[in-house]
Structures are given as structure tokens and as C-alpha cells.
Design a protein around this ligand. Structure first.
Ligand code: ATP
Length: 581
């Protein structure tokens, strides 16, 4: 039951929760073992005080004391070792598991999740929050619960020894914890404040580094850096505020604990005067009150730390509990036609982005999406690969409703050339191999040749082995796009989505790429988004999207004849082709 509570409360695995319980038990035993030296002091005191109080002189047996000291040290060492073993195991194995689980969960989430999510926030949860939680599980939780457990055992012993002094010693403990617990709401508020400020600052830092070129070219650095220093001083202030909020409760609790010793002295003196207890009993309670509050004070600080960390635990649990879009993995497709039937869609319930979309993109044909900016072309292509599911209606591939299919498996059927090409800081060879893991070097080089990469790769110092820098910074826009096309050629999937695939290319390169693309798209279902009308002159079907609706669809010839929006766009582009600056 406790194990299940830990799994639920702290988001641990079952093994992690079991190890944590063992760690807590050993922490309690370790705390209790620290009382054994007190037992030895008491024995020595008894030997010295007994003759003073009229008793017999006792001869201290030194050999026995040495043996007892060694036994006590051995017991403390054994419990401490066990405690470290279970706690550090839990901490680092759990931390690793948590990071893997979070990463795994993110991998399985629909791509739509990442479009509307702050990525700096996700990275911070996986890296920083997990590190902070390591301290929580290796120190705060076991120390707090271990000291509570040992305190209960010691309290029972003290109360059996003398219930009046026992109560005088211990009544402050629950009050101190209640005081701290009452301030919980402020502690959480404080840590939320710090967390939000840290995220805002992290976002701005990232934005600043990513856009340093624009900032410099528009002389905007000074304004931006003063905004950043404003944010960092806000963090400093909110950290101080949060620390103050947490320490107010801890200090109040600690102050209250001091009243325990006062009440032991007052009550003990009264009981001695009335002859109800011996000096020896009084001294035992005085020694106990000098040692017992130390672990409790630490417990108060650990409780404050747990309360501060609650927000981080919740953030990790939130990602772990996000709904993973599952779906069928075992299905057979009847060809690769993509059909939109009565599809309506919006991103955020506020504004309809697509309304009543109906069209068929046939296998073996090129279907071009055109239309004014913001008309919904990219959104249609995202729905075609199930990055998002429609709000109403259905998108199907080979007769199967995409909403019922597993995304990861589904994407095996797609080669997608995105508008913004993402490259990795690796060799050209490996960047192209992303298209098909396990492809041989020869296959990769053949795809690169078809995508017209050869000509620029040969000029690079290490050819295909050249490392191209973060996101391919050593390459031009056109070269990056050709690598992305080479990836798609290597993957050779049955459905091809091209988003502005040739926008960076000059006319000569564009025609070369067009040749490569013609080879790529044979017998496949191709949906292409292109702003330039000449790229899609040979398309089989054109779907014109305007303000989220299909304004018209048909072959290029039919639409020219129709003299509608498409014809207008073609005329406008012909006109702009004659522009001169
Ligand atoms: N992730 C998103 N969240 C919210 N709204 C979005 C998102 N992506 C796009 N939109 C909105 O959806 C509408 C359609 O955008 P979409 O990118 O599909 O148009 P488009 O025709 O491809 O435009 P362009 O030709 O300029 O690339 C726009 O109004 C846009 O603001």
C-alpha cells in the first residue's frame, strides 16, 4: 500500500518505490542507532552518579566499554551502508528511468503536441527537474520519513520511561510540522514563481542565441540584452521571495521546537523538587532534548524541500500521463490513395482553419495544393500524414481511416520534404541515411546523385564525410533542400508530401531537381504545396484552397479554362515575373 502511494505521489516505478521504502527503514534504524551512544553516556553517568547519590561504588569495566563502543560503531556503519545502498540505487536508477520514460512518452506523442508546446520547458523537465528530484529521493524524502519513524519509536520509549517528561519533550514536534504545513500554499506559490521566471528567461536566452543575426543586423542587441538582464534580476527577486516564504515556515517550526527543552527543564525541576523523579531521569531527558531535535529540524527543512519540489513532480507526471495516440499497427492498405471526406479542422477551437474539405489524391498522380497564404495548404498536408486528426470528417489512406492507425507505423508510408529542412550536426552521408536506417553507403550516394547533391559535395573538404555543422550551417539553403530530397529518395515511400520543396533553388538547379523528383514520384501518391505555378504545371490535379475552403479543383487546363482563382494566381505570377527593381 505504501509502495503504491509512493508510485502515485512521486511518479516512481514499483521497484523504485520498494527500494525507497527500504531506504526509509534503514534511515530510521540509522537515526535510532545514533541513540546508542546516548545509552553509553547514560551508563557512564549512572556509574559516576550512583555513589554521589548514596549508592554503591561501581568499578567501570573499560574492556567492556571498548567492546560496546565497537559494537555501536559497527551497527551505525551497517545501517548507514544499507541506507546509502538502497537510496542511491533508487535515486540514480529512477532518475535514469524517469528520463527514459519521459523521452519514450514524448517519442510516442502525436506531432501536433510539439507544435503548440514550449520546447525549452520540455527540455528543462527532462534534464533539470530530474536532477533536482535526485536530491529529493536521495535525501529529503527518506530523511523526513526516516526521522518521523525513528521519532515515533523513541517517543514510545521515552513515554514508557516517564510519560510526563515524554510529553513535555515531544508536544512541540507535531505543532512545528503543522506550522510548516500551514505555509505550504506560500511555499508552492514561491517555487511556481521561480519556475515560471526561469522558463521565461530560458526561452528568451534561446531566442536571443537563435536570432543573434537579426538582432545584430537591426541593432537591436542593446534593447534585447536589457530585457534579458531585467528577466535575470526578476529571477533573483523571485528566488529570494521563494526562499523567504519557505524559510519563514521552517524558522517558525524550529523556534517552536526550542520550547520543548524549556518545558522539560520546567517540568523536570518541579518533579525533582516534589521528589517524583530522580536526577538521573531528569538528566536522561535533558540529554535527549539536546539530541532529539536535531534530526527533527532537518526533517522540517526536508519537508519544505518536498513541498517546493511538488511542482516539478507534477510537471514530470503530466508528461508521463499525456495520452499517447495509439492505433492499429496490423492492417493492409488497398493502394495509397489519400481521400479527404467532409473534413473540418481547427487548431484551438477559436477559429476554423479548414471547412468542408473533399478531394481525392490518387496514387500515381501529382495533386498540387495552391492558394493564397494562410489558406490552409500546410494544414491539409499535416492532416494527410496524421500530424493532427480532423475535428469532423475523415482522412483515409488506401481506404483506411488515418485516425484509427498507429502514427509511427503509418509514417513508414510517407516521405516528407518539409519547407524548413532540419539537418543534424553529422556527415552528409549520415544526414541522408536518416531517410532509411541501414541503407548502404552506395545506396545513400546514389540517392544523393539523383538529388543533384554530387556537384556541391565534391567541393567539400571531406566529400560525403564532411560534418555540416549545427542544422547544416555550412550549407546553402538550396544545398540543404537537396539533402532533404535525397533523404526522401532514399526512403522511397509510397506517399510523398512536398512542402515548397524547391523554393530555395535557382532555375538551373530547380530543373535538375524536377527531373529527380519525376523519378521519385512515379506510381506514388504525391501531394505538393508550391507557390510557384511553373513547379506544378504538370500536376494531374490542382486543389485551390482559399480561407480554409476548396475554392476549385481540377486539372490545370480545366482551371485555366474556368477563369477562377487559379487563373488569377497564374496571371499574377506571370506579371510578377516581369517585375524589375
Ligand atoms: N500550429 C498552429 N496553431 C494555430 N494556428 C495555426 C497553426 N498552424 C497554422 N495555423 C493557422 O492556420 C491557418 C492556415 O495555415 P496554413 O499554414 O495551413 O496555411 P498555408 O496555406 O500553408 O499558408 P502559407 O502558404 O503562408 O504557408 C492560418 O490562419 C494559420 O495562422
Amino acid at each position: 500500500m505504501i509502495s503504491e502511494y509512493f508510485v502515485e505521489r512521486f511518479g516512481l516505478t514499483k521497484d523504485g518505490a520498494d527500494n525507497l521504502i527500504k531506504g526509509i527503514l534503514y534511515t530510521a534504524l540509522q537515526n535510532i542507532s545514533f541513540i546508542f551512544p546516548v545509552g553509553l553516556y547514560t551508563l557512564l553517568l549512572y556509574i559516576w552518579l550512583e555513589p554521589l547519590m548514596g549508592g554503591e561504588i561501581i568499578d567501570p569495566n573499560l574492556a567492556m566499554f571498548i567492546v560496546l563502543i565497537l559494537i555501536v560503531l559497527g551497527i551505525i556503519f551497517a545501517f548507514s551502508w544499507k541506507q546509502y545502498h538502497f537510496l542511491y540505487n533508487t535515486t540514480y536508477v529512477e532518475s535514469e528511468n524517469r528520463r527514459i520514460n519521459l523521452g519514450e512518452n514524448l517519442r510516442k506523442l502525436p506531432l501536433s503536441f510539439f507544435e503548440n508546446r514550449d520546447l525549452a520547458d520540455l527540455t528543462s523537465t527532462i534534464m533539470n527537474d530530474c536532477t533536482d528530484l535526485e536530491h529529493l529521493f536521495s535525501h529529503a524524502v527518506p530523511q523526513l520519513l526516516g526521522s518521523i519513524l525513528s521519532l515515533i519509536i523513541i517517543a514510545v520509549g521515552m513515554i514508557i520511561f516517564d510519560w510526563r517528561l515524554g510529553i513535555a519533550l515531544l508536544w512541540v514536534v507535531p505543532v512545528a510540522f503543522i506550522i510548516l504545513y500551514i505555509t505550504k500554499i506560500y511555499i508552492r506559490k514561491g517555487s511556481k514563481l521561480v519556475m515560471n521566471d526561469l522558463l521565461r528567461c530560458g526561452d528568451s536566452m534561446q531566442e536571443c542565441i537563435e536570432s543573434i543575426r537579426e538582432l545584430k543586423s537591426y541593432h537591436y542587441e542593446d534593447e534585447y540584452f536589457s530585457k534579458l538582464s531585467g528577466l535575470t534580476s526578476t529571477i533573483e527577486k523571485s528566488r529570494i521571495k521563494a526562499e523567504l516564504m519557505a524559510s519563514a515556515g521552517v524558522i517558525a517550526g524550529k523556534l517552536f521546537l526550542n520550547l520543548g527543552m524549556v518545558s522539560v527543564i520546567l517540568l523536570g525541576s518541579y518533579l525533582i523538587i516534589n521528589g517524583e523523579i530522580s536526577i538521573f531521569t531528569f538528566l536522561i531527558f535533558l540529554i535527549a532534548s539536546a539530541t532529539i531535535y536535531n534530526p527533527i529540524e532537518n526533517g522540517l527543512m526536508f519537508l519544505a524541500e518536498i513541498l517546493m519540489m511538488d511542482i516539478k513532480i507534477d510537471r514530470a507526471k503530466e508528461i508521463e500521463s499525456l495520452v499517447i495516440e495509439g492505433g492499429l499497427t496490423d492492417y493492409s492498405l488497398d493502394g495509397y490513395d489519400i481521400e479527404f471526406k467532409d473534413v473540418n479542422f481547427n487548431y484551438d477551437d477559436l477559429k476554423d482553419v479548414l471547412t468542408d474539405i473533399n478531394f481525392l489524391a490518387k496514387q500515381g498522380e501529382v495533386t498540387a495544393l495552391v492558394g493564397p497564404s494562410g489558406g490552409g495548404k500546410s494544414t491539409v498536408s499535416k492532416l494527410a500524414a496524421r500530424f493532427w486528426d480532423p475535428v469532423d470528417g475523415q482522412v483515409s489512406l488506401g481506404g483506411e481511416n488515418l485516425a484509427e492507425l498507429d502514427c509511427e507505423k503509418l509514417l513508414e508510408n510517407f516521405s516528407i520534404v518539409f519547407q524548413d529542412v532540419i539537418l543534424f550536426n553529422n556527415s552528409i552521408l549520415e544526414n541522408i541515411r536518416v531517410g532509411r536506417k541501414g541503407a548502404s553507403d552506395e545506396e545513400v550516394i546514389e540517392a544523393a546523385r539523383l538529388a543533384e547533391c554530387e556537384e556541391f559535395v565534391e567541393k567539400l573538404p571531406n566529400g560525403y564525410d564532411t560534418i555540416i555543422g549545427e542544422n547544416g550551417e555550412l550549407l546553402s539553403g538550396g544545398q540543404r533542400q537537396r539533402i532533404s530530397i535525397a533523404r526522401a529518395l532514399l526512403k522511397n515511400a509510397n506517399v510523398i508530401l512536398l512542402d515548397e520543396a524547391t523554393s530555395f533553388l535557382d532555375v538551373e538547379n530547380e530543373s535538375k531537381i524536377q527531373k529527380a523528383l519525376s523519378a521519385l514520384i512515379k506510381k506514388k501518391t504525391v501531394i505538393i504545396i508550391a507557390h510557384r505555378m511553373r513547379t506544378i504545371a504538370n500536376a494531374d490535379k490542382i486543389v485551390v484552397l482559399n480561407e480554409g475552403r476548396i475554392a476549385e479543383q481540377g486539372s490545370p487546363e480545366e482551371l485555366i479554362e474556368k477563369d477562377g482563382l487559379f487563373k488569377k494566381m497564374v496571371d499574377l505570377q506571370n506579371l510578377s515575373g516581369e517585375w524589375k527593381i
